[in-house]
Design a protein. Structure first.
Length: 344
């Protein structure tokens, strides 16, 4: 149903073909708020290694290329809770770093941001780990201590670097597609104030979705999000935009990237920030009572949130945009703090 684009076209030596791709990318984002990307710049090996580090090897959902890899430690989310809590997220919203146990974060609290109709508040069913740039001059990372998971820090430091390179290329493509100078967006993302989030949704019975959800409907706070997921399903986008109706975005496997528009990019360009959630896949939404006790598989995802430099103004970049939000022309840092403060 939703288009998949090949980002390799951006590197075509034929500039006409490249420019057409950039325009198609912007057109898809303008229509849906997100797009499915392949050949996005993060290697399959990097993605496999990242998933191996957080979830069980030889997963039921797919087989890794390097199935016989010798793991240095147990996969992080499989560790006992007392081990995971040795690198805890602080009790406050900032710094947004470290491990968050089930029931701590409340995305439902920000579900209605920018939404005219109030959405129901549901409990999120997940645990997560947040990571930032290793040289961030404001917030230090919180890593598992030595002996808990020694492969964790080098794996995600490397993945973060690969994701940043992909981010810059995508921002340049977006700038060209919007008919702006190619460095317009990338020059607003120099300090790497980005975040990497690893999420585990446990296996739950179908009936739990009557009063809970894996993550409530929301928009992302930053510029763009690069989302990688397993094949369990459950990612849903509001479609059409503003309708309150959510449709499944079928997973193309862990190497496909779902590129979401975030709130900051919407303020700059008018491209719509994608309202999405993780819920019970449509194929499992049956009416027969005997299915209520059936289990929905656990799910894993890796999301890289590309965020502007904290001092960057959110003043529109396109002359025909009018800005009437209550925040006025906030800096990106002010906007991020406002949004994230509501989740903890």
């Amino acid at each position: 149903m939703f288009e998949q684009l090949d980002f390799a076209t951006f590197y075509s030596v034929d500039t006409t073909q490249r420019d057409r791709f950039c325009q198609d990318l912007v057109s898809s984002l303008r229509q849906n708020g997100f797009v499915r990307l392949i050949n996005h710049g993060i290697s399959s090996d990097d993605i496999d290694r990242a998933f191996e580090t957080v979830c069980p090897p030889m997963s039921r959902k797919w087989k890794y290329r390097n199935a016989n890899r010798d793991f240095k430690s147990r996969d992080f989310f499989e560790l006992p809770l007392e081990e995971k809590l040795k690198s805890p997220h602080p009790p406050t919203a900032n710094p947004h770093r470290g491990y968050t146990a089930f029931g701590i974060e409340n995305v439902s609290a920000v579900s209605n941001y920018g939404n005219g109709a109030k959405l129901p508040v549901l409990n999120d069913m997940k645990e997560s780990y947040d990571i930032g740039y290793e040289h961030d001059n404001l917030y230090a990372n919180i890593w598992p201590p030595s002996g808990v998971h020694d492969a964790f820090e080098p794996t995600f430091t490397s993945f973060f670097a690969s994701a940043y390179n992909a981010e810059i290329a995508i921002l340049q493509a977006l700038s060209l597609g919007l008919r702006l100078p190619p460095q317009t967006l990338s020059q607003l993302h120099v300090e790497k104030a980005n975040e990497l989030r690893l999420t585990h949704y446990p296996a739950v019975s179908r009936k739990e979705f009557s009063h809970s959800t894996r993550i409530a409907a929301h928009t992302d706070f930053g510029t763009i999000t690069l989302l990688f997921q397993d094949c369990v399903g459950g990612l849903q986008m509001e479609f059409p935009r503003g309708s309150g109706k959510f449709v499944d975005v079928e997973s193309g496997g862990p190497h496909e990237c779902i590129l979401n528009v975030g709130d900051c990019l919407e303020k700059w360009t008018g491209l719509p920030s994608a309202r999405h959630r993780v819920h019970l896949p449509e194929r499992l939404q049956r009416d027969d009572d005997q299915m209520d006790e059936s289990m929905v598989d656990e799910r894993y995802s890796i999301a890289y949130f590309a965020k502007p430099d904290r001092a960057a103004s959110l003043r529109p970049l396109l002359g025909d945009l009018k800005h009437s939000d209550e925040e006025g022309y906030m800096t990106a840092g002010e906007f991020q703090r406002m949004r994230i403060s509501q989740t903890y």
